[in-house]
Design a binder for this molecule. Structure first.
Ligand code: FRU
Length: 505
């Protein structure tokens, strides 16, 4: 993230302006199918947890301004991860510091002893960030703490003996992500410790022992490692593997923040990677701090913050700032004897479809305007298609003011790309107007593409989600037109267009 002290000053200055405006969920650029806080600043998703039919989303929140400031945990709940109900702030800063990112678990066996009346407690494990110490130039500013809930996540109490894991003198020591390691009946914490992940274990969430370190010489290292997540996954060929997600800022493939992953084995003590190359869950500029929900059985559902620390605090929205990506189901797929993580929008998103227009197959040579064919009137939609033979093509979203967003594939470079150089307002940051690219991973001749478009974002799931890119954009007027184009010719099949209704009442 950007310099926290600087953010704090901007935050305090900006608080009066943003407070004056009431959220309507109809503001210019307000996402209609993605979660955004009613008002003010949001960054990382935190404490993603499913319990008793409810999905809990906590998030890094500054409730007084639309820029980063003293962090709280905001809270929203949902029955389907699509429609969200805003809840009161769950965690406030206290004498130990600001409430930075972390995770939440159900302590089914009451190992912590914090349960009540025979009911398991929900436990949040988060980083306390001490700003006073930071100002004094100390490096032991970040410690791990607990909060618990005895009413299924409605209200939260800080544990009396925080912190539970003290800083050994490492300046970046944060974002604990805790899982139950059933084979050894212990909790395992993945913690971002500067340029690597450190694993700790505990019988009761209160006393932690260091197990091992991972990644000093693996993956991308042009920034600080943040927000890890570790989970088991059965691969497409039945192999039992583990995935370790590691966010990094800066150092992303298209600049700024991004999410990388490793596939491998975990034995309760060490993570051993299978891939030596750097892999990205999403290689666009606008998915960051993504982690997975806990307690969702065999489903691994990933949610990211849809922004980038390079410009998150200056994007042109005032009432609120930032949204999340659509929730995505992660799978581990064996492609050419290599295990990759793929992502696809969760099936629950289909409930937003009002209708599906089946365009069947399209033989595109030059430009084909789809606007009339689909009677386009919605700002949010899903466009899906396949092709037996992937060739260079592009999908163009545009308005009558000459602004356009282009998503496509460049066969000569073997790259998927999103070009937002002419997409709209970009003067808030000099790196924003860019064409971002991502090498194709799949190598079969055909493809399968899903595009999820909202008022101010596009998410590309290419080749069944082995290449994923997310980008935000800010056109002066909404894009009204949709076209596909291909100079050399491109045959698309199974083309469907589905408008998506707003998730907000
Ligand atoms: C990632 C991050 C985390 C930290 C939080 C602070 O975006 O920098 O490492 O806990 O944001 O808001």
């Amino acid at each position: 993230m950007m310099n926290k002290a600087k953010c704090l000053v901007i935050g305090l200055l900006a608080s009066t302006t943003a407070m004056a405006q009431k959220p309507t969920y109809k503001e210019q650029y307000r996402p209609q199918i993605h979660f955004s806080p009613p008002a003010h600043w949001m960054n990382d998703p935190n404490g993603l947890l499913y319990y008793k039919g409810t999905y809990h989303l906590f998030y890094q929140y500054y409730p007084k301004a639309s820029v980063w400031g003293p962090m709280h945990w905001g809270h929203a709940t949902s029955a389907d991860m699509i429609h969200w109900k805003n809840q009161p702030v769950a965690l406030y800063p206290d004498s130990l510091g600001l409430i930075f990112s972390g995770s939440a678990v159900v302590d089914y066996n009451n190992t912590s002893g914090l349960g009540k009346n025979g009911q398991p407690p929900l436990i949040a494990i988060f980083t306390h960030h001490d700003q006073a110490k930071e100002k004094d130039g100390k490096n032991d500013t970040e410690n791990q703490s607990l909060a618990y809930s005895n009413d299924d996540g409605k209200t939260w109490h800080k544990y009396d003996h925080n912190p539970v894991l003290k800083n050994p003198g490492i300046s970046d020591f944060r974002d604990p992500n805790v899982i139950w390691y059933a084979a050894e009946k212990k909790w395992v914490m993945s913690l971002a410790t500067k340029d690597r992940i450190t694993f700790y274990s505990s019988p009761n969430l209160k006393e932690w022992k260091k197990e091992s370190e991972f990644g000093e010489h693996l993956g991308a290292h042009d920034g600080v490692w943040e927000c890890p997540a570790l989970f088991p996954a059965t691969a497409s060929d039945g192999k039992k593997l583990w995935v370790l997600i590691v966010n990094i800022n800066p150092g992303g493939p298209n600049g700024g923040s991004a999410t990388q992953y490793f596939v491998g084995y975990f034995d309760g003590n060490k993570f051993k990677e299978l891939n030596k190359d750097t892999r990205w869950v999403d290689s666009g500029t606008d998915e960051y701090a993504g982690v997975t929900f806990h307690n969702t059985g065999d489903r691994n559902i990933f949610l990211g913050w849809m922004s980038n620390w390079d410009y998150a605090t200056t994007v042109p929205t005032e009432v609120w700032r930032s949204a999340n990506t659509v929730p995505r189901e992660l799978k581990v797929v064996n492609m050419d004897h290599n295990y990759y993580v793929t992502s696809e929008p969760i099936k629950e998103l289909n409930s937003l479809k009002t209708t599906t227009i089946d365009l069947k197959s399209l033989n595109v040579k030059g430009e084909k305007d789809l606007t009339k064919l689909i009677k386009r009137s919605d700002n949010q939609f899903e466009l899906k298609f396949s092709s037996k033979q992937l060739k260079s093509f592009s999908v163009v979203l545009s308005n009558k003011g000459g602004e356009q967003l282009v998503v496509g594939f460049d066969a000569a470079e073997n790259n998927w790309y999103i070009d937002r150089t002419k997409a709209g307002v970009s003067d808030f940051n000099k790196t924003f107007a860019k064409r971002m690219v991502s090498k194709r991973i799949a190598n079969e001749p055909g493809t399968d593409v899903t595009l999820i478009v909202d008022v101010a974002s596009v998410e590309l799931f290419a080749d069944k989600g082995s290449t994923v890119m997310t980008a935000i954009f800010f056109p002066k007027k909404p894009y009204t037109d949709l076209a596909v184009s291909s100079k050399g010719g491109f045959e698309m099949s199974g083309v469907t267009y589905s408008p998506l209704k707003s998730i907000w009442p």
